[in-house]
Design a protein around this ligand. Sequence first.
Ligand SMILES: [Zn+2]
Length: 146
Amino acid sequence: MTDKKSKAKRAPAGATEKKKKKTKGLTERQKRILKIRDSLVKQKMQLLQEAGAALNTLPDESAFPDMSDQATAEIDRNFMLRLRGREQKLLKKVELAIERIDNNTYGICEVCGSEIGIKRLEARPVTTMCIECKTEQEEEEKILES
Ligand SMILES: [Zn+2]
């Protein structure tokens, strides 16, 4: 309990001020994309944490008694396997989205090359398609499935 309190107090007072300076000169869209980046980083951490928690409950830990580099690599592989398929895909998407923000290629539709609406990006940060292309793709999937 007391731990939580002290953590909240420790938040640096100048942090918000620094952020303001950093975003000076950016367009509204760029600022909002930076906010999306923050939430993507948080999401990534959460996914990794969940996978880490799963790893700690590994029942066959004794299968790696010698922690050689090879064994470590094996554990890394297991770590990824522990992430459920869906989470693994999401993690990959989140990482790619962060990469695209850093490369300034974020928010451009990979199909038609037009700008994806900021509201759509905020609602679905890992999207790589504008709403028109996504709708079209979903229509095609429906046809394929039926
Ligand atoms: Zn498009």
